[in-house]
Design a protein around this ligand. Structure first.
Ligand code: NCD
Length: 426
């Protein structure tokens, strides 16, 4: 290899891999001194030719490295699963990565509120594959993609999909990858969405894998908690979070508990009937942080002093036995209970849907006019957070700010009839 070519190859390699001389020398297994001599200008007395075998090794490393464009995409640092752009579990996130995503979500707010529009994903296609019931997750992922300028293709349920004919996850995922630029999947089996991801190079987002995880819901829940807390001067570190209901099969609480545990000094009160307690592996994962964890079946005692009450629905579709010992209508979170045991700033949250039928032991509709009820602020926040997820996975997050134009149509100041009650809660 000629000296000039050798220097250029080495300098390019270090730039592409974003490595210092020391780091690069150790990556290719040579001393820093040897690398220095290979980098010396042509003709200088100490310059040495790089052995051919070292040259081949450098090219091999570069072949395996992400391309320049991929390397600069934040997906590789912020939202990556096994080194590729997918969102499968909240375990992928550090606290910094969550904050980076939330900064992008903040830039999406004017678009989510229909004041601005953008076309950064013009021409891109999203495939929404939902093999389980969904209203908000499917529609909000679709709406988020559309508000970035992309288009959406949907399929719902097994009945009308070729999986009913015995098609494998691998085949389905590979086929759809030829049609679309991103895949959002909800499926009744835990771990199934990761299987979709292994069969494709396009980004895959887990929109709920059975009783496993629901990472985008946890992100929008944490985003909501942060925004509501900042309004009342609280921070997430040191907060008291009560999670109530089906903690065994509820994937939203699995993801949210782990995401919250990235913070410091939380108190978790896990309130559920004995048969629906939070799985041990999640409790153990949370317990690795400096948090206090209490488990109880006593709803009234469990809610006392909580900054956030996060209620969930019983996931009846996930178990055969209809009767759940100790789970009676007394377990309902309603106005009387909230007034008796919660403070004036307690946030009442729920991933929805809630069972609103009379006698249901879920979050009661009699709280609808209570400003502490944050459920529709949660659903509204689903749009900017899911837009941020798409923007980061597809590498357009830095283009959004400069691409915005005013929206041409008129929309109401408050989208819900009761939203004005929450005026000032921004
Ligand atoms: C939840 C889900 O499907 O995991 N809803 C949601 O996505 N917002 C909760 C539930 O079904 O109870």
């Amino acid at each position: 290899m000629a000296a000039v070519q050798q220097q250029t190859v080495l300098r390019d390699a270090m730039r592409r891999l974003n490595m210092t001389r020391d780091a690069f020398a150790s990556r290719i297994g040579v001393t820093r001194r040897a690398l220095d001599t290979w980098l010396l200008p042509d003709g200088s007395p100490e310059s040495r030719a790089m052995p051919e075998i070292a040259g081949r090794y450098v090219s091999e490393i570069l072949e395996r490295a992400p391309t320049e464009r991929e390397y600069t995409q934040s997906a590789y640092s912020a939202i990556a699963f096994e080194g590729r752009a997918h969102l499968l579990s909240v375990d992928q996130f550090s606290r910094d990565a969550v904050e980076a995503l939330f900064r992008v979500a903040d830039t999406m707010q004017p678009i989510a509120r229909r004041q601005k529009i953008t076309r950064v994903l013009e021409g891109a296609v999203l495939a929404n594959l939902f093999f389980e019931a969904s209203t908000r997750t499917r529609v909000s992922f679709g709406a988020a993609f559309c508000r970035l300028g992309g288009s959406v293709c949907d399929t719902t349920g097994f009945t009308f999909s070729s999986m009913a004919k015995g098609e494998s996850i691998y085949d389905t995922s590979r086929v759809i990858s030829g049609y679309a630029d991103a895949l959002v999947v909800r499926h009744p089996e835990q771990g199934s969405v990761a299987e979709f991801a292994r069969a494709t190079n396009i980004p895959v987002i887990n929109a709920g894998d059975g009783p496993g995880e629901h990472p985008s819901q946890a992100l929008l829940d944490l985003y909501t908690i942060q925004r509501e807390f900042s309004r009342i001067g609280k921070i997430v570190d040191g907060a008291h979070i009560a999670m109530v209901g089906d903690l065994k099969y509820g994937r939203t609480v699995h993801s949210l508990a782990k995401l919250l545990a990235l913070h410091r000094g939380l108190k978790f009160t896990l309130v559920s009937p004995r048969s629906l307690e939070m799985p041990d592996h999640i409790v153990e994962q949370i317990a690795r942080g400096d948090h206090v964890i209490e488990q109880t079946a006593d709803l009234r005692a469990g809610l006392k002093g909580a900054d956030v009450v996060y209620a969930t629905r019983i996931q009846k579709e996930r178990f055969a036995d209809e009767s759940i010992e100790g789970y009676t209508p007394d377990f309902q979170i309603n106005q009387a209970l909230v007034d008796a045991v919660c403070g004036p700033d307690t946030l009442i949250m729920h991933p929805l849907p809630r069972d609103g039928r009379p006698g249901a032991n879920d979050l009661s509709t009699d709280l609808n006019h209570d400003a502490r009820l944050a459920i529709f602020r949660q659903t509204d926040n689903g749009i900017p957070v899911r837009m941020a997820i798409f923007a980061m996975l597809l590498g357009v997050e830095h283009q959004v700010q400069h691409s915005m134009r005013d929206a041409a149509w008129r929309s109401p100041a408050y989208v819900g009839p009761d939203d004005a009650v929450f005026h000032g809660i921004d």
